[in-house]
Design a protein around this ligand. Structure first.
Ligand SMILES: Nc1nc2c(c(=O)[nH]1)N[C@H]1C(S)=C(S)[C@@H](COP(=O)(O)OP(=O)(O)OC[C@H]3O[C@@H](n4cnc5c(=O)[nH]c(N)nc54)[C@H](O)[C@@H]3O)O[C@H]1N2
Ligand SMILES: Nc1nc2c(c(=O)[nH]1)N[C@H]1C(S)=C(S)[C@@H](COP(=O)(O)OP(=O)(O)OC[C@H]3O[C@@H](n4cnc5c(=O)[nH]c(N)nc54)[C@H](O)[C@@H]3O)O[C@H]1N2
Ligand SMILES: [Mo]
Length: 631
């Protein structure tokens, strides 16, 4: 018998799944308008993860440096003994929650530790730079319905490698192309965007704002500005002044795109027909990622493509926008909390006063996924660390106690997508393996053992309370597996923006890239893998030396002998790699696929320096400079 469930992994496609618990077959739900009957291999092979031979299925306690098995009672008693003396000074407790699992029941750990008033993380390792940029422009976070891309005459894709990060948006693009839509992709290259693009333009990583500004300059020179659009903007003269202050050749040299290509992109935007703009998450993982997004939005706006069908600028929407919170059932006020910047957690914990003495990590391979992760591993040595984790990854290895969670399909939840408008019910399909238990159940058990007990509502109440916001019935959601939330098909159709005056805002600065460092002339891009989500990679697939890809035009390619040991070197350190070439990659870019583990020698975050982006406390992973050398 097949059961409708949903994929809880951190991906905007957020598929509705049909799962057969007996045959362990998983496929995309054919009844779901966005999933359309197919899903990626991460979803369809999820039983490989549930049944993995190296999955942790009993609580583990560290003793004399080794992990030994324990039962829940022993593990939770030990944890409560450590936690209880710290409850009067909750800032000495840190809760670190990542992107590993989603859902309104999944929020239990956030509410639990907020109730205790513990320290928490701020900052973003994911999409917040682009979100903040979009909020500054539009006033809120909306885009056209994803299906509206079918109405575009042309799509300008700023960097999305859809074959990897979103196969359902890719399928929509394929369909649009069959109907005559043309696609132009701008990226540093070395990706698979050529398979769905009519034209590819290679850009120097991190510099999209200059390319967008160059195209805007051509609009100015052509005198081709729509007065109605300008009327809906608060600060056009400021942006105009910035663009007037640059020569076209200055802008093109900063993004390393030829004038002919800038003219072509101008034509793509300016010709008759509607143009949809896609904005990748990749281009905001740079020092000026926020400005990059804002200048691209500005171009979509000035070209008259905001507020129309077949146009629009797609960054993302909030996956939580259709679901309410249930925190108020547990607490009546927001406590003051000490916070630490997650992407610089090693240094933050070193500086912390008072010291953190207890850390609870769930759904976060934080010792792997944040920059300078060796510093995080170091900082985790002293405090008592509890890690709710299914695999012996870099974070689990630092723990004093590891608690095994029930994973997706072993427990129920509900969540939305950051790309489409459906809310999904993720049904429990199989029993949790071994002694694994859902995170909320573990917290319930722990909450009862605390000197000041924490009581969580039952899961039925969590779900019902959250669904109230969208007016959905839990019964219908369970029955159908998904419900659609209603949002305008075209965002900002009336050109009313969410700022108090209803007007759009342009960026008011255009910041130069830092000078290239002659000792580290290359730029390291740690991009997603097709087969896996972030660090959720089986150890068997991380054997040997990790690969980096460079262009044959890369200045390192000629002088280096790839047959000898090659090292990827940054001011933070070095790691051994094997070097391969790939066509059409920017000559100064080095690609490594992200998420590899430190313990396997595959983790580039060891040599990435913590750097903030210009907005939204995001992480500028891709501004990491590097070089390659034989040793
Ligand atoms: N298979 C798979 N899918 C995933 C994930 C995964 O781990 N694996 N993770 C999910 C999550 S949480 C997220 S946030 C998304 C991430 O999805 P993406 O942000 O799409 O992933 P990235 O690989 O970081 O970057 C995408 C592309 O941005 C381009 N890029 C980088 N810098 C620049 C630039 O300066 N300018 C331009 N124009 N392009 C640039 C790169 O060439 C890269 O191909 O994917 C989600 N989907
Ligand atoms: N160098 C570099 N690093 C990056 C990025 C980059 O561009 N470059 N981008 C980053 C991005 S976009 C993101 S979103 C982050 C992602 O970073 P993380 O949030 O750490 O994501 P994962 O690596 O998927 O790790 C999630 C963990 O949650 C566990 N998990 C799964 N389900 C459950 C559950 O139900 N309960 C519990 N307790 N645990 C569960 C999984 O086993 C997994 O180990 O990484 C960032 N790291
Ligand atoms: Mo992400």
């Amino acid at each position: 018998m097949s059961i409708v469930s949903a994929c809880a992994m951190d991906c905007g496609d957020c598929c509705s799944l049909i799962v057969d618990p007996e045959t362990k077959k998983i496929k995309g739900n054919p009844r779901h308008p966005f999933t359309k009957g197919f899903c990626c291999r991460k979803g369809s092979r999820y039983f490989e993860r549930l049944d993995a031979h190296d999955r942790i299925v009993t609580p583990l306690i560290r003793e004399d440096g080794q992990f030994r098995e324990a039962d829940w009672d022993e593990a939770l008693t030990l944890i409560a003994d450590k936690l209880n003396p710290l409850l009067p000074t909750p800032e000495k407790i840190l809760h670190a929650r990542g992107h590993g699992y989603r859902g309104v029941i999944g929020d239990a750990s956030k509410v639990f530790f907020k109730k205790l008033g513990t320290s928490a993380l701020y900052g973003s390792v994911c999409d917040n730079t682009g979100i903040e940029a979009s909020l500054r422009d539009f006033g809120d976070l909306q885009h056209n319905d994803p299906e509206d891309i079918l109405n575009a005459s042309r799509v300008i894709n700023w960097g999305r490698d859809l074959a990897r990060c979103s196969i359902h948006q890719l399928q929509l693009l394929h369909k649009a192309r069959k109907n005559g839509t043309e696609v132009l992709t701008i990226s540093p290259g070395g990706d698979d965007t050529a398979e769905f693009s009519d034209v590819n333009v290679i850009i120097r990583p991190g510099t999209d704002r200059f390319l967008a500004a160059a195209v805007l300059k051509l609009y100015l020179e052509a005198g081709d500005l729509n007065p109605w659009v300008l009327n809906r903007c608060a600060n056009w003269p400021v942006l105009r002044g910035i663009i007037d202050g640059y020569k076209l050749s200055e802008l093109t040299s900063m993004c390393e795109v030829s004038t002919a290509d800038v003219e072509m992109i101008y034509d793509w935007y300016a010709d008759t027909g509607n143009v949809a703009t896609l904005i990748s998450w990749g281009l905001q993982r740079h020092l000026y990622g926020g400005e990059n997004v804002r200048f691209i939005n500005a171009l979509a706006m000035i070209s008259g493509n905001i507020g129309i069908s077949g146009g629009g600028a797609y960054y993302n929407v909030s996956s939580g926008r259709n679901l309410g919170k249930w925190d108020h059932l547990v607490m009546d006020h927001e406590p003051e909390r000490r916070t630490f910047l997650q992407q610089d957690l090693g240094a933050e914990l070193r500086r912390a006063d008072p010291k953190v003495e207890f850390i609870w990590v769930d759904g976060f391979n934080i010792v792997n996924q944040v920059p300078d992760c060796l510093a995080v591993a170091d900082a985790f040595r002293k405090p008592f660390v509890v890690c709710v984790e299914a695999f012996m990854n870099d974070t689990a290895l630092t723990a004093d106690v590891i608690l095994p969670p029930a994973l997706m399909l072993e427990r129920e939840d509900a969540f939305g997508s950051f790309v489409h408008n459906y809310v999904h019910y993720c049904a429990k399909v199989v029993e949790p393996r071994g002694q694994c238990r859902p995170d909320h159940e573990v917290l319930r058990d722990l909450g009862a053992r605390l000197d000041t007990p924490v009581t969580l509502p039952d899961t039925e109440t969590m779900l019902e309370e959250s669904l109230k916001k969208g007016g959905f019935s839990l019964e219908e959601l369970r029955e159908n597996g998904f419900v659609k939330a209603m949002h305008p098909y075209v965002a900002y159709e009336d050109m009313q923006f969410a700022h108090p005056d209803g007007l759009y805002r342009f960026p008011e600065t255009l910041t130069p890239e830092p000078e290239r460092d002659p000792d580290y002339p290359l730029q390291l891009l740690t991009l997603v893998r097709r087969k896996y989500l972030h660090s959720q990679i089986p150890e068997d697939d991380q054997r040997g030396t990790p690969t980096v890809w460079v262009s044959k035009q890369n200045p390192a390619w000629g002088p280096l002998n790839p047959a000898e040991e090659v090292y990827l070197v940054t001011p933070q350190g070095a790691m051994q790699v094997q070097m391969k070439t790939i066509d059409d990659l920017h000559p100064r870019a080095v690609i490594i696929r992200r998420g590899g583990w430190m313990k396997m020698g595959h983790n580039a975050n060891v040599i990435i320096k913590p750097m903030n982006t210009d907005m939204g406390d995001g992480t500028a992973y891709y501004s990491q400079v590097c070089r390659l050398e034989n040793r």
